[in-house]
Design a protein around this ligand. Structure first.
Ligand code: PLP
Length: 294
């Protein structure tokens, strides 16, 4: 089935969709984006993602390209036209097309692109066995709280992870503390059973899944701390996890080749994943088909 994208007011064939060479997203990475998962037709944590989009736009003095309610409609329409019931919707907004000049154009007309593709989220094996991560220096800018399209450090980090046979790379600040993954937040469970993830600040992207998981942990009475943890602390953890819109919550069982705990996914990670999917109001799209087949 041919794919459809939304570009600046029109639904167009994905293959021929384009923005101008003088788009400021292309010239300067002057733009922001959001990724929302669609799980069994439900737009997971959509309010949170749109609230963060609003914040990112505001931080960069970018205007909304359309009313947020209209954007919700466009996201649904792109999903519908692509027949996506389980997938990811990408919303990208840039400062638009303008003659190349670092300074903001006088009357920017933002570029808005919405795309959608089906995905299986995680492979069942990733939940059964967990995934591995490597650690790398965090070489990003100082405003990681803005979901900017300037993703070159993450591109390089993900490539290094892939070359090392790992799923994700955890970025590490010069003080030895883990900031976050290249496209996910990082979590550990200490030997005392305390869930730990870095506090929201300009050092990390405040994941929408992260926020929902913290709310679920609080509701379930799971002890948690929002604080930085070191790589050494992660090596010594009982469990480790990553969270993001595209993975929800996946166990990490190896860090830099060393097993985490006994090297198999732990109970708290499983519980949090279930709690997240219950919060979205859907069955686990990875586990549910396996259960049905039994
Ligand atoms: N941190 C970074 C750097 C990311 O790119 C992402 C998602 O893309 C996340 C964390 C997780 O955020 P969310 O849960 O909102 O997907």
């Amino acid at each position: 089935m041919p794919r459809t994208a939304y570009v600046n007011g029109r639904y167009v064939a994905h293959g021929g969709a384009h923005v101008h060479i003088e788009d400021r997203g292309f010239q300067f990475a002057d733009g922001v984006y959001e990724v929302v998962s669609v799980v069994d037709g439900v737009f997971a944590d959509e309010d949170g993602h749109l609230a963060r989009l609003s914040r990112s736009l505001n931080e960069l003095d970018l205007p909304w390209p359309m009313h947020p309610m209209s954007l919700r409609f466009v996201m649904r329409e792109v999903a519908r036209r692509n027949r996506v019931r389980n997938g990811l919707v990408y919303v990208q907004i840039t400062r638009g097309e303008a003659p190349r000049d670092f300074r903001f154009p006088a009357d920017p007309v933002p570029t808005l692109v919405v795309t959608c593709r089906s995905t299986k989220f995680s492979a069942p094996q990733q939940l059964e066995k967990g995934v591995s991560v490597i650690t790398i220096p965090d070489i990003r800018w100082a405003r990681r709280d803005i979901k900017s399209v300037a993703l070159l450090p993450q591109v390089l980090g993900k490539q290094r992870a892939a070359e090392a046979g790992a799923f994700e790379a955890w970025q590490v600040d010069p003080d030895g503390t883990v900031t976050e993954g290249c496209s996910s937040n990082a979590w550990i469970v200490t030997q005392e059973g305390v869930l730990v993830t870095r506090a929201a600040s300009t050092r990390i992207l405040n994941g929408i899944t992260r926020l929902s998981l913290l709310a679920e942990a609080e509701a379930a009475g799971i002890p948690f701390e929002e604080r930085a943890f070191t790589v050494e602390e992660a090596y010594a953890a009982r469990e480790a996890l990553i969270s993001s819109a595209s993975t929800f919550c996946v166990p990490v069982t190896r860090i830099d080749g060393k097993p985490v705990g006994d090297g198999v996914p732990g109970p708290l990670g499983r519980r949090l994943r279930q709690a997240y999917l219950a919060h979205v109001g859907v069955a686990d799209p990875v586990i549910a088909p396996m259960v049905t087949k039994l």
